[in-house]
Design a protein around this ligand. Structure first.
Ligand SMILES: C[S@@+](CC[C@H](N)C(=O)[O-])C[C@H]1O[C@@H](n2cnc3c(N)ncnc32)[C@H](O)[C@@H]1O
Length: 299
């Protein structure tokens, strides 16, 4: 039997953490249900019991930092202390931060060839352009957008352009701000001309050049919080490869917040396996081998 296997049927977060009632695939004495519930309450990420074994590896650094050796000890500590910072640290350790430069390249190509020329034309009076890389992980998505704009739309140098990157995980936001990437990360998706033009080389690492960095701003944000930390609308939102970790209810709430934050002619990109939870709010367009969404007026 499983407790939280299906994002569409996840029980309310008020299902308080008490004790394990199910056996996942990790060590049998560990109360994984408690940990899964904690992660859900902190980040709304729904973890499948078949992947309980991941707790062992993902929490090993946290255990060391706390001077602990067993997950059971950590659970005991969590139960005893109700320490918000520690609970957050557990949830952050369980996030999946997989990303790369120009990931799933088609949205970038479509923006370059079709969508940006029109959108920028309609902003030529205000000369202001805002993009949100929601769930930005280590920042490659935000810097890819910055490279695309700088390389192909040089007129934007005289505009007010801002790319906001947000993620729930403090460590990846810090890495985004540091803007330093290892050789292996650089080898995933970056054309050689971009490396030469937009990065400085430091030993095994490459650092994004200041001109590109100043277009991007990063901050820790929980996408599932009741309020998102933005007031001004965005022209484009990238919300890719994060909703798959959320319940249907969470996706619905998040997308209705995103809808409010998108300009009426703005564009939303989701991950290639993701769809809007409430299709009545969005007009989907298939183009260039990908799909993008424009906000509809709620009826
Ligand atoms: C698989 S990465 C996707 C990165 C990037 N968007 C991409 O497509 O390459 C998912 C990211 O979502 C973040 N995340 C998970 N739950 C979140 C939440 N509730 N609020 C904000 N970010 C969250 C994780 O920390 C992780 O960095």
């Amino acid at each position: 039997m499983t407790l939280l296997p299906n994002p569409t049927t996840i029980p309310s977060p008020f299902n308080l953490r008490t004790r394990a009632t199910d056996a996942g695939s990790g060590s049998s004495n560990v109360d994984y249900a408690y940990l899964r519930q904690l992660v859900f309450e902190q980040s709304q990420n729904v973890l499948d019991p078949s992947r309980d074994y991941l707790f062992e590896t993902r929490l090993s650094r946290l255990l060391r930092n706390q001077g602990l050796t067993q997950i059971e000890e950590l659970i005991q500590l969590l139960r005893l202390k109700h320490d918000q910072a520690l609970e957050r640290a557990v949830a952050e350790a369980m996030t999946i931060n997989e990303t790369s430069f120009f990931r799933d390249g088609r949205p970038f190509e479509l923006l370059r060839t079709e969508l940006l020329p029109t959108l920028l034309e309609s902003r030529r009076i205000t000369r202001s352009f805002r993009i949100w890389s929601a769930a930005c992980s280590t920042g490659q998505e935000a810097y890819s957008i910055a490279m695309l704009l700088s390389e192909h739309f040089p007129q934007l140098a005289a505009w007010n352009v801002k790319i906001e990157g947000t993620d729930i995980c403090t460590e990846v936001v810090h890495r985004s701000q540091t803007a330093s990437y290892h050789r292996i990360e650089m080898n995933r998706g970056l054309p050689a001309r971009n490396i030469v033009r937009f990065f400085d080389h430091h030993g095994e690492d490459w650092m994004v050049k200041p001109d590109l960095r100043k277009l991007c701003n990063f901050r820790v944000t929980n996408l599932c919080a009741d309020r998102l930390p933005f007031a001004e609308p965005f022209d484009i939102v990238f919300l890719r490869n994060v909703m798959l970790y959320f319940s249907q209810e969470t996706r619905k709430k998040l997308l209705s917040n995103v809808h409010r934050l998108l300009a009426p002619d703005g564009l939303l990109f989701l991950g290639s396996s993701e769809q809007p939870a409430d299709p009545s709010l969005w007009t989907a367009t298939l183009a260039g081998g990908t799909c993008y969404y424009r906000p509809r007026k709620p009826s």
